[in-house]
Design a protein around this ligand. Structure first.
Ligand code: N01
Length: 548
């Protein structure tokens, strides 16, 4: 007998279209092909790699250790790939992703230099209709957005940009050739994670470097260095256990969640100083956060750790006025992304580096020859914009995504993103987001979060196929509960206090909504697994018609 709820399911060119060929898109393609689905990946760049394809600026490096910032799905891949440094440089990560693309024969299903512009759900046929900037048109039963959280670079709208005669560079779309700043007067706008990596590198080359800082940021030394073979062998011998700890952890790194974490405020000052000194000497931003998670909840605990870092800045930077400017005062530590550096603060001891406080003296205009603040002209031959991204939603908003009844994602999310588990959005059947808003994503090791999402989505498609389900769509109620839950967790922390990209504060006009899920990767994974085990609770499943 026919099920009256059944909906049409026309033939489609592909089971899935995947948008983006970074860590997420590559693994999604592999996983779907392994499960017997057909898939096509569209990628705007002329190579695979996503973030690591675009962000080629000097000093670009990951702030998660290389042995953890890597796929865990293939023990053979894990064993054969050799990392050279504790924190991997951009070229090494890009080489790794190219190796993955070759090793798993992924390229034949990837179309490069092709940007998806349109993704419309055809309700009558039950397929997604995809269009690209190259004129491709195709249909797919499922559409998977592997578009990245930090992939829509943001250039500030500064007066006079068109007049500036020098070279301009955007860190998020860096040229593919070597850029030589030798002998040049260079400016950098921004002091976020990217700028903190760029500045020490450019300072070594440039005749003079002027850093235009609007907000001072907390940064922790990376203590990067070569990764000795013996150390790598030790990790590789215990990889399964290490990955398992990461999968269950808060941040997707091998630091187990403490059973009964001690409150930082209960730790005697001498003991806290000693442990912070040890963490400082060891380096690593995530381990500092993981060691004292309550610093994101308790203002007093946060202040103690923030004071420790400010003391370190003052001890490093010789000019007290410059040190003062570099000491963050506008936000609690960790509420903007905690940066990781190599000789960032030391760079301000160089004679060829000037720090300009844009809060005291804002930018007035760019001129033909440089940058003018409200009090001074700074002559420049080159200007680097390290000004961040329209994070979390920017790449999705750039695509004309329409769901049931012509719902536009952009309109539905005008007051902030609405998702269920950060994986799907009501009104958009058969659309999946990898590390979407309201999932742990940027608050974790991205690769660990990506793997969790990819595996969940692939298992879900397998379930739909096995149960002859034509459509899966997040229910409005489950979505509203998840959005409220995400906000409630964020509001129980200090995180929303900062004007960060986490809340969209860096994009004029963007609604102020804290987007990442802060409950931690391990608990989030459990929740997603529960949803699946309960037959995809919180999703509406619509059967396909039975055909004879
Ligand atoms: O971007 P950001 P990012 N006038 O938004 C300033 C990841 N990442 O590319 O803070 C003057 O953090 C802006 O000032 P303010 C990581 O998750 C990881 O550096 O808005 N200044 C800020 O200083 C990171 O968080 C790694 O007041 C302007 C800077 O530009 C995320 O990417 C490395 C301005 C932007 O900082 C984004 O980092 C790099 C204006 N009009 C990035 N507009 C690692 O793994 C913006 N700014 C190590």
């Amino acid at each position: 007998m026919n099920d009256p709820r059944a909906v049409p399911q026309a033939a489609a060119d592909f089971d899935a279209v995947i948008v983006g060929a970074g860590f997420a898109g590559l693994y999604m393609l592999h996983r779907l092909r392994e499960a017997g689905f057909t898939a096509r990946v569209f990628e705007a760049g002329d190579g695979v790699g996503g973030t690591w394809y675009w962000n080629r600026y000097p000093g670009a490096r990951c702030d998660i250790e290389s042995v953890d910032y890597s796929y865990s799905f293939s023990p053979e891949l894990e064993q054969e790939w050799q990392w050279t440094e504790r924190y991997p440089r951009q070229p090494e990560i890009l080489a790794y992703l190219n190796h993955v693309a070759d090793r798993f024969d992924l390229r034949r299903d990837i179309r490069l230099e092709t940007r998806v512009t349109v993704a419309h759900f055809d309700d009558a046929a039950g397929v997604w209709r995809i269009e690209t900037d190259r004129g491709d048109r195709c249909t797919a039963r499922y559409c998977v957005m592997a578009t990245g959280c930090l992939s829509a670079p943001k250039v500030p709208d500064l007066p006079g940009v068109e007049r500036f005669a020098g070279a301009t560079y955007l860190t998020g779309a860096w040229p593919h050739h070597e850029v030589d700043f030798t002998g040049l007067r260079v400016g950098v706008i921004g002091t976020g994670s990217t700028a903190i990596q760029v500045i020490p590198q450019v300072a070594r080359q440039a005749k003079h470097l002027t850093v235009f800082q609007r907000t001072a940021n907390f940064s922790v030394p990376a203590r990067n260095g070569p990764l000795p073979v013996a150390e790598q062998q030790r990790v590789k011998a215990g990889y399964r256990e290490r990955r398992e700890v990461s999968r269950r952890s808060l941040f997707g790194i091998p630091v187990a969640m403490p059973d009964a974490p001690r409150r930082t405020r209960d730790i005697p000052p001498a003991e806290l100083s000693a442990s912070l000194e040890a963490l400082w000497a060891q380096g690593g931003a995530m381990s500092l956060l993981a060691a004292a998670p309550d610093i994101l909840m308790d203002p007093e605990a946060n202040a103690r750790v923030a004071d420790f870092v400010r003391d370190k800045i003052r001890a490093t930077v010789k000019n007290p006025a410059v040190a003062d400017l570099l000491c963050p005062t506008t936000h609690p530590l960790g509420t903007k992304r905690l940066c990781l550096d190599t000789e960032y603060y030391e760079t301000y001891n160089r004679d060829n580096v000037t720090l300009v406080d844009l809060r005291a003296t804002p930018i007035d205009t760019l001129t033909e020859h440089g940058l003018r603040t409200t009090v001074q002209d700074y002559p420049l031959d080159a200007l680097i914009f390290a000004t961040g991204f329209d994070a979390m939603t920017g790449a999705l908003a750039a695509i004309d995504i329409r769901g049931r009844a012509g719902h536009r994602l952009r309109d539905d999310w005008a007051d902030g993103p609405h998702t269920y588990l950060g994986l799907a959005s009501a009104g958009f059947p058969n659309l999946f987001l990898i590390t979407g808003p309201q999932s742990p994503s940027v608050f974790t090791n991205m690769v660990a979060s990506i793997e969790q999402h990819v595996e969940w989505i692939a298992d879900c498609l397998d379930y739909l196929r096995a149960h002859r389900i034509a459509r899966i769509e997040a229910s409005e109620n489950a979505q509203a509960d998840w959005v409220a839950h995400t906000a409630a967790i964020a509001n129980s922390t200090l995180m929303p206090q900062a004007d960060s990209w986490y809340v969209g504060a860096n994009v004029p006009g963007k609604p102020r909504v804290f987007t990442p899920y802060l409950g931690g990767l391990g608990p989030y994974r459990q929740r997603c697994d529960q949803v699946a085990a309960q037959g995809y609770a919180g999703f509406e499943l619509t059967p396909a018609p039975i055909t004879a």
